[in-house]
Design a protein around this ligand. Structure first.
Ligand code: 2AM
Length: 194
């Protein structure tokens, strides 16, 4: 079988932001064994999950993604409130929200979606909710434990004044290992015309 890569399009975060997030969430990370925590260097903002893509098709992604990146100005974002999917009362995915240039961010995400449709990647039907996934709740956690965890997540404060610039769009590879997913950046395109 041809080699396939598990891919997604993302915005990478400055290391200082990843570290600040790790610090503000550290007490929860240490206390909560029922969560599979994302290591700080793995925290990112997903724009589009592509799934398994044959390696031979990689070059086809480059033109469309380069054009999308060129059409969007660099962004300024801030880490916002903590939250959970599907809800804080029954959390499965724990995340930090985002603030700042959210409209340009939504337009960039939509442009990525639309650019990839002709290549056979269906548009996501759910509305885009920009978030930084920090942990995934393990299946074994009871509804009661989930509710308690959700209350603890709601009390995590965003890191103070943590505003950051995003200057490039990234094509990422996710490799699933027994220790969790490992992310690697395959290619970046600067945002905006240079
Ligand atoms: P997330 O930002 O909500 O965590 C790499 O795996 C990224 O792609 C993850 O960060 C995750 O989004 C997203 N992802 C993984 N599997 C997915 C799936 N089956 N459908 C949609 N997005 C997925």
């Amino acid at each position: 079988m041809a080699e396939a890569l598990r891919l997604f399009v993302a915005l990478e975060l400055p290391e200082a932001v990843q570290q600040a997030l790790a610090s503000t969430w550290a007490p929860l990370r240490q206390a909560e064994r029922g969560v599979k925590w994302v290591p700080p260097q793995g925290i990112h903002l997903t724009l589009k999950f592509l799934g398994e893509v044959a390696e031979a098709r990689l070059p086809l992604l480059e033109g469309p993604l380069a054009r999308v990146a060129q059409g969007s100005a660099p962004l300024r974002l801030r880490v916002g409130q903590a939250g959970a999917f599907p809800s804080l009362s029954a959390p499965r995915v724990l995340w930090a929200g985002l603030e700042g240039d959210l409209e340009p961010l939504a337009r960039l995400q939509q442009a990525v979606e639309e650019a990839l449709v002709p290549l056979g990647f269906p548009q996501e039907e759910r509305p885009f909710t920009p978030h930084l996934t920090l942990g995934r709740v393990r299946d074994g956690l009871s509804p009661l434990e989930r509710r308690r965890l959700g209350r603890a997540v709601a009390q995590v404060l965003p890191p103070p004044d943590l505003s950051f610039g995003v200057g490039h769009l990234s094509l990422m590879q996710s490799t699933l290992t027994p220790q969790g997913a490992v992310y690697r950046c395959l290619k970046v395109w600067p945002l905006g015309k240079r």
